[in-house]
Ligand binder design. Sequence first.
Ligand SMILES: [Zn+2]
Length: 410
Amino acid sequence: MSFKNILYKRLMKYAAVDTRSDPDSSTYPSSKNQLVLAKMLVKELKDIGVRKAGMDKYGYVTGEIPATMEGKRPVLGFLAHMDTSPDAPGKGVKPRLHRKYGGGKIVINKKLGVILTPSNCPELPGRKGEDIVTASGDTLLGADNKAGLAVIMTAAEHLIKHQEIGHGRIRIGFTPDEEVGRGVKYFDVKKFGADIAYTFDGDVAGTIEEETFNADGLKIRVTGKSVHPGTAKNAMANAVRIAADIVASWPENRLPETTERRDGFVMFNSIEGSIEKAELSGIVREHDLARLKELEKHLAAIVAEKKIKYPLAAIELEFTEQYRNMGAVISKHPEVMANLVSAVKKAGLIPHIKPVRGGTDGARLSFMGLPCPNVFTGGYNYHGRYEWVSLDGMEKSMQVLINLAREWAK
Ligand SMILES: [Zn+2]
C-alpha cells in the first residue's frame, strides 16, 4: 500500500471519533471522546512497535522509538494534538477523497452549497494533480490536527520497519485540548524527555513556523452613573455609550480584519453592560514585543482621554499576559530551524518560513524549555466545513519528519 493510502486510512479512522474540545468544560481533557481516540492511539503505537506507549491521567499519549545509532544525540520529540475545533460541527465526519484533482472547483456538498473554488480558496489551483480529502459539507474534517497524528504515526511505523535509517532517540506525544488553549497545561516537559521538538500542526506544504504572536488579553471596566433620563443633564455617565466610544476610537487599521502578515492588532470580542456598568474584553496581538507594548500604550492613551471626556465615570484598563512569541526561544538554538529547513528541502520543497498569526502549543512548550517550531501537514481552511487536506502534502510532511530524524543524527 502506498504512503498516501496508509495516511488516508489513518486520517479516516481518527476523523470518525468526534474529538471536539469544549471551552466551557472544567475537566481535563475537556471532552471525554478525546480519551477514546487517545486509547486507540496507544493501541496503535503498540501495534506498530513503538516502545513505552501509554496514556497518563490527563490523556497525554506518549511513546518512544529507540535510537538506531550509538552515541549521544539530542532526543527529538514529535507532537500533534488529538482534539478538533469546537467552532464547527464535528460529529459524524465522513471524509471524501477526490483523487487527482483536475483543477477548477471541488463540490463538497451540492445541496448545502459547500463548494471549494479557486476564489474562495486561492491555494487550490496549486494542488492540481494531488489527492484531496474534504469532509462532506455538514462538518469540519478535523485534519487539524488528525493529519498530524496520521503523519507522525505513519513516519514512526516507517522508522521502526527501517532500522537502517540512522537516528537518535525519538519521543512521540499526542496532546488534548489545543483548540481551547490548554493543550500543554499539564504537559510534563521533563518527563517527556525530549531536547528539541516539532509540532506537526501547520498547513500549506513547505510552510514552517518559528514565530507566533505575543498575546495579551485586555479588560476595560466602565462604571457609569445612572440618573433618570428626564433629569440626566450633566448628571449621567452612561457606561454603554462610553464603552462604545472606546471601541469606536480604536484605529481601524489596527484590527484583525484590516491587518495581515506582521501587523499587530487589538480586537474587542465582547461588550456587556448597562448604564451603570459595562465591561469590554479583547485581545492584543503582535509578533514584536515592543510593538505589542506600543499598541497597549495607545489603548491606554485612548482610555485616559475618555476619563477626561467623561469625568463622572470611572474607567479601568487591565492587560493580562497570554503567551509570548516562541521565536525568542527558538532563535537561541539555530540548529533547530536549520535542520528543519534542510529536512524540508530534502523532501523536495521550498521552505517557506511564516510567522503564525496566532499561537501554537509549541509557543508554550518553547517557554517551558522545549524549543518547538511548527511543521506543515498539508491541510487548509481549518475549523470549518471547507476544511481540506492534500494526501500529497501529508506524504511530504511525513518525509520531513523522517528527514529531521536523519538530520539530527549527523
Ligand atoms: Zn491545530
